[in-house]
Ligand binder design. Structure first.
Ligand SMILES: [Zn+2]
Length: 291
């Protein structure tokens, strides 16, 4: 029996953590591990049915005080959705840093906040976006990952005014769901290759329900079903399973023996018919969701 570990997953926007790693995080909760998820920004400017969508077609944008109030109100709606979404996956430690998502830069204040989060949560494993995602430029995900990596470095030392002692993270996993298909020219040179695929087939229904909860960003219903089929189904297919989440390991794994998983041993030994049957199972697209 391995000792329980602490897993900290940090996403740029409210839904990023469970969208890209929710199935894997659900497994860790089931295993008795401590899972903490953090959304760095409120995500209202890029991911909200009112702010980022309806206001585009308004005659005039509300003045700054009114807009600030509206953004705070919508951020609250999104936080409640995220808590509900995470509950489907068994995740209860859900945190919001609430930064504005207008401009996200590599700045000291945010790095130090990441470092104190890490000294407090003391994770063995950190999960975040890929630091080169979508060519890095103007990309909240890549910036979040770079802030996290800097924060991990800063957490190696003491923090001014931070009562928690320094902490070292054992391993970092970068999520790959946003890399499956390059969506602009800058993202094309980053090869999509997960060196770890986690089989999430047993919890895929919970993950669809989690995405479905994000109605504020229009992820409900068919979008939830389709994105799971396309992204998690695509990653799963690469690993010979129905649904998977892909990760890139930051540091080389250290081992006494060659690590070969039961999944790969089974795949090597089974018939093609069994492999194809497992790969082509369709769950998410037929799942019933509330209106
Ligand atoms: Zn995002």
């Amino acid at each position: 029996m391995r000792h329980p570990i602490r897993v900290l997953c940090i996403g740029g926007h409210p839904a990023d953590t469970f969208d890209s790693a929710g199935g894997t995080l659900a497994h860790h909760v089931q295993n008795g591990d401590e899972v903490t998820v953090v959304a760095l920004t409120a995500g209202t400017r890029v991911h909200d049915v009112v702010i980022s969508d309806a206001l585009r077609f308004a005659d005039r944008i509300p003045d700054a005080p009114d807009l600030t109030a509206l953004m705070a109100e919508r951020a609250q709606v999104k936080e409640e959705e995220v808590r509900r979404a995470c509950a489907f996956l068994g995740i209860t430690d859900v945190r919001f840093f609430g930064y504005d998502d207008a401009v996200l830069t590599l700045r000291e204040e945010l790095i130090l906040r990441m470092a104190s989060l890490i000294r407090e949560v003391r994770p063995h494993v950190v999960v975040t976006h890929h630091p080169n995602e979508l060519g890095e430029y103007g990309n909240h995900h890549a910036m979040t990952a770079q802030l996290v990596l800097n924060g991990i470095g800063a957490a190696h030392g003491v923090g001014m005014g931070d009562p928690n002692p320094p902490h070292r993270v054992a391993q970092v996993f970068f999520t790959t769901s946003a890399l499956v298909m390059p969506s602009n020219v800058l993202s094309a040179p980053l090869h999509w290759y997960p060196d770890l695929i986690v089989d999430i087939t047993d919890v895929v229904e919970a993950k669809v329900r989690a995405l479905d909860a994000m109605r504020s960003q229009q992820y409900g219903g068919d979008y939830a079903r389709k994105t799971i089929e396309v992204v998690d189904g695509g990653i799963g297919s690469a690993g010979g399973i129905a649904y998977g989440e892909g990760f890139v390991t930051y540091q080389p794994e250290v081992s006494r023996l060659f690590p070969v998983s039961d999944w790969l041993l089974q795949r090597a030994a089974e018939s093609e018919a069994d492999l194809m049957h497992r790969r082509t199972r369709i769950i998410a697209s037929t799942l019933d969701l509330p209106d």
